[in-house]
Ligand binder design. Structure first.
Ligand code: PGA
Length: 251
């Protein structure tokens, strides 16, 4: 049976003191909760946050990783470097990177393979734009992203992959897909995984929802059978809101 997973994507927010304070507050709020939690601070604060959450029930995530191992790649951060400072999970394919950095499914696929080869978990983001939803292309878009990004992976490697369905029109906008709308896409994605990797992998893969999930709507979203958790942006920057969502996930 799939258990729930709540991940916080801090994006390009916080300063060092704020990152330390927030992670300290989360360690204390989530202490003793029997669930799966992850926070992904900006690269430069990973080390500081790693020291705070060490030994707690919170996993350390990064918001990106290079597809290459090392060498002349100015500004890039490798999987080995992330591992070295205690990172356990990497968010890849976020729509903000697909848009602003022009990341293609092919590049995301290369990054996924690099992260998995390094032994870390991948949180792969997928999702349609608003214009694509109203054109009835949600399944086509999400299916293409899943197939392109997970190309060449084995069912064994899929054990370290989590998918986050994030309709782009819901990210940071305060608009969420209704629990039923979101669940329908999750179900569709699970079907694509079944075609690619078989039923067992499809049933075991966690599919999170992301896009304006907060402490007010999380309970209803998490109650859906195919929604296995959340990837939280804005609401992950407040300890009380994020921990409230985490508590819903272990009910
Ligand atoms: P949001 O961001 O919760 O602020 O909408 C979610 C995400 O982009 O991962």
């Amino acid at each position: 049976m799939r258990t729930k997973y709540i991940a916080g994507n801090w994006k390009m927010n916080m300063d060092r003191a704020g990152a330390v304070d927030l992670s300290k507050a989360l360690v204390s709020e989530l202490k003793g909760l029997d669930g799966s939690f992850m926070i992904a601070p900006p690269f430069v604060y990973l080390d500081a946050v790693a020291s705070v959450i060490k030994g707690s029930n919170i996993r350390l995530g990064a918001q990106n990783a290079a597809s290459t191992e090392n060498g002349a790649h100015t500004g890039e951060v490798s999987v080995a470097m992330l591992k070295d400072i205690g990172v356990q999970s990497v968010i890849l394919g976020h729509s903000e990177r697909r848009d602003a950095q022009n990341e293609s499914d092919k590049l995301i696929n290369e990054k996924i393979l690099a992260v998995l080869n390094g032994g870390l978990e991948v949180v792969l983001c997928i999702g349609e734009q608003y214009s694509q939803r109203i054109a009835g292309a949600t399944e086509e878009v999400c299916g293409k992203q899943v197939r392109g990004c997970l190309k060449g992976l084995t069912p064994e490697q899929m054990k370290n992959v989590v998918i986050a369905y994030e309709p782009v029109w819901a990210i940071g906008t305060g608009k969420t897909a209704t629990p039923e709308e979101a669940n329908a896409v999750h179900k569709f994605v699970r079907g694509v995984l079944a075609e690619m990797f078989g039923n067992e992998t499809a049933e075991n893969t966690k599919i999170l929802y992301g896009g304006s999930m907060n402490d007010g709507n999380a309970e209803a979203l998490l109650a859906q059978p195919d929604i296995d958790g959340g990837l939280i942006g804005g609401a992950s920057l407040k300890a009380d809101k994020f921990s409230a969502i985490c508590r819903f996930s272990v009910k």
